[in-house]
Ligand binder design. Sequence first.
Ligand code: SAH
Ligand code: SF4
Ligand code: F3S
Length: 439
Amino acid sequence: MKQVHIATFGCQMNERDSQTMARVMNGCDYRITERMEQADLILINTCSIRRKAEEKTYSLLGRLKDLKNRNPGLVIGVGGCVAQQEGPRLLERVPHLDLVFGTRMIHQLPALIEEVRSGKNRLSRIEMVQGELYVRDLLMAPGCSPGLKASVTIMQGCNNYCAYCVVPYVRGPEESRGSREILAEVEALAAEGVQEILLLGQNVNSYGLNREGELTFAGLLDLLEKVPGLERIRFTTSHPKDLSPELMGCFGRIANLCEHIHLPVQAGSNSVLERMNRGYTRQDYLKKIDQLKARCPGIAITSDFIVGFPSETEADFEETMDLVKAVQFDDIFSFKYSNRPQTPASNFPDQVAEEEKGRRLMELQTYQKKVTLSKHQTLVGTIQQVWVEGNSKKSPQDRMGRTRTNKIVNFPGPPDLLGKTVPVRIEKAYINSLKGVVV
Ligand code: SAH
Ligand code: SF4
Ligand code: F3S
């Protein structure tokens, strides 16, 4: 049996796609290996959201040159967002690369690899095919358990064209999967023992809108509420402009929907938001935050930020800081603006100096760290319902679980707590986790 090693960069969608790659290759007699030196085939699933992410692909490819020299039978393929963006240019730039396959080519991998092997041709295939890619029976290798948690892709692509973002170009137009197929996949997963699912899409809030007669995202959540054995539902990502009252009303009403929303705002200044083409104002966003908090007190809210977007002034940045102070997010991800090929913003004037971006990022992150920690500290002494999903990273003899609000809790307890929900009294707060004891 041949062996395939799959390296994954990028977002949860890429991780889910790598599972599909694994299953597809499994179906034609490849075994997965964690060890690159043993592989007959290395697939790199790449990310191009920021320049740094893209560079990881090139540095890994650089390291693979020796391996390829020692083992000429080794086939190296690059898929994902850098593959889609660069196509044949990647083959030119990297002479020891055999195959470039786009984000909508995963199901064709066996045929492409066969073509490379038999003809010794180097190939680049990056067509943007439309239609269903995430076939249910591709999900699990026979005899393999999917575990306690699983991700389900409910849509692919994006139509929003935020001025800084490569996703619409590398993932293609937005397409929702049929709700019946999603339901069937979730039911199959739950029957195999999966208790928590994460619904994935670049903008799950617009789920179904481009598919005639389809449910809305809120309707889909209602459908999934009733799946037997499904303890928790999460989803990501939500675009603020499409966050409907109907969807807000799902929190606190749908029993297995966790009280957490990731709602990327990107910036706090209206002129920056407008140039980003985000489709909402600071006031719209703050109003939705108020509505969420009013409907579902205790909901955890997280967000993404970009600092140093072209022409962002010090005053614009201060508005971002003001917004962060007003909302008091549970946590944020924040990035320096990175200039991406094909995107409108890459041609905008007044690019902000790298040093200045660094300073703004530091100020934002320093403030948020304090908020995150103090939110965790307010939980000390409370009892939280924790769903146990594994072992503590730092001390493997302890268990690890999460609150419904997605906070990590480590605590001592027997291994058979796995997959159970237990009440835990919080005793210590850290920046990235909580520590407690079962009561
Ligand atoms: N679809 C999701 C975001 C996917 S990308 C959404 O709209 O919310 C994840 C995050 O990467 C974005 O929220 C943004 O904060 C960041 N990002 C995207 N393009 C970027 C760029 N060119 N430079 C810096 N950060 C970027
Ligand atoms: Fe990118 Fe905007 Fe689409 Fe998110 S919504 S993937 S940031 S274009
Ligand atoms: Fe990166 Fe592509 Fe995801 S660019 S963030 S892997 S959609």
